[in-house]
Design a protein around this ligand. Structure first.
Ligand SMILES: [Zn+2]
Length: 223
């Protein structure tokens, strides 16, 4: 089967979105790129994550052509495609409708550096401007908002993260959601939290780089 390993990862991480409480129903989508082959595997549209089998996962090329798609791919295929074209550091992308990050996205507020885990995504998590789900405009807005970061909120919709592997992208989604929860609870107490300065965030990029992993940088976080 074409992209068997990548399709299996899409199935595995789709289920994890539900079991980790990061999305509900059929919300969100997962993709894995095989950069050598110029093909990516993407969740099918509107299917229960627990019923998807690897052969039902769509395979597309980087021009957006369906290469092997027995079922319709996720409506956000253009979003995933654009990220793989624009971001050579991304081989896995996870989009989810997480609770707290989506609250912030509805307020159209970026998630500021209130906790060192934000460093997994960048200096902060920006909020992409609103566009209809599945549109090329939404893909454009997300690419522009990311501006080198690895995660973005999507106005009135949810969040997205991309990284070297889908495992790392999933971890970023989990940690961004945790930080979004901290931020929402802090502002619900009527206060803006004290933020970490840029130099401290830079220290975290270095610490993550040497924390049980090969050397990495902000540009190439190895995660
Ligand atoms: Zn969505």
């Amino acid at each position: 089967m074409l992209l068997q390993q990548e399709r299996e990862l899409v199935v595995e991480y789709g289920k994890k979105l539900i079991t980790a409480g990061l999305t509900k129903g059929t919300g969100g989508n997962v993709s894995v790129l095989n950069r050598e082959q110029g093909l990516f595997a993407l969740s099918p549209s509107g299917m229960d994550y627990f019923t998807i089998e690897p052969w039902q996962v769509a395979v597309l090329d980087l021009e957006g052509n369906l290469v092997d798609a027995p079922y319709k791919p996720s409506t956000e295929h253009e979003l995933h495609r654009r990220l793989y074209v624009e971001r050579p550091d991304m081989n896995g992308v996870v989009h989810a409708h997480t609770n707290y990050a989506t609250v912030l996205s509805c307020l159209r507020k970026p998630l500021p550096p209130l906790h060192y885990l934000i460093a997994l995504a960048g200096y902060e998590v920006p909020c992409a401007e609103y566009a209809t789900f599945g549109s090329a405009e939404l893909a454009e807005n997300v690419v522009r908002a990311l501006n080198g970061n690895r995660a973005a909120l999507m106005a009135n919709h949810g969040m997205i993260a991309g990284a070297k592997t889908v495992q790392a992208a999933f971890r970023i989604v989990e940690e961004v959601e945790y930080c979004a929860m901290l931020y929402c609870q802090a502002i619900a107490m009527g206060q803006e939290p004290v933020l970490l300065p840029k130099e401290e965030m830079e220290r975290h990029f270095e610490l993550f780089a040497t924390y049980g992993k090969p050397a990495v940088t902000k540009e190439n976080p190895g995660c």
